[in-house]
Each structure stands twice: as C-alpha cells, then as structure tokens.
Design a protein around this ligand. Sequence first.
Ligand SMILES: [Zn+2]
Length: 132
Amino acid sequence: MIIRFLFSAFGFRCKYLLALACISHWQPAPDHWQLATDVSTIRQAIKDLLLEQPLSALELSQQLGIPEKEALDHLAHIAKAPGQGCRFHIFPAACKHCGFVFKKRERLTIPSRCPICRGESIRRPRFEVVRN
Ligand SMILES: [Zn+2]
C-alpha cells in the first residue's frame, strides 16, 4: 500500500517535471535576444554580463546572438567608458602551448600567434567590469 502510494507520487512528480521541461523549451528565445535590439541595450546587456563574471568576446557573442566582431566593438566602447563607479578589467590572452601571457597587449582581439614559441593556439582574453 505504502509502496504503491510512493510509486504514484513519484510518477506524478516525473510527469510534472517533464511538463516543466517542455514549457521551458518552448520559450522562443532568452530575454537577451528580445532586449538586444539596439546598440545601447546590447551594450548594457554586455556590461551586465561582465559585472557577473569575466567573459571572452566569443562567449559574449554566443550569449547575445551577435557576431564576435560586434561584441568586440561594444567592448572597445565599454573599455573607454565603463560607467561611473566601474572599471574595465582585461584578463590577458595566453599561449596554450608555452603559457606566455600577453600582459602588455591593450587590443581586445585575440593575438594571432605567440612571440615566444610561435604557436597559434591562443586562449582568448576575457573581460570583466568591476564596481569600485
Ligand atoms: Zn607560446
């Protein structure tokens, strides 16, 4: 009897979770997509994401559904004017082969090759916005 009850309760729960999973899949697009319709909202969305965690231009482009190049353009603006009480921080690119870190590089794009080992496997720089 008890076992039967537990089984039915569990079964119900499974169906409920399945329904929830379906509903969440039906949502057409993340909020960012709907918001990201003009330059200032995209830039704000990028800033909001970078306040939460460091991200590369590629990761930003994937999360917002924009080309990486566009994400880099926005990043250049945010770097110059991160907003009052905020500063823009770069986690520099690094060579995956020898570990060389591109500390002095101020450009936001990924370097094409390592000056030490000439390797072309480079970890993208990541960016963060920090509140002072
Ligand atoms: Zn290297």
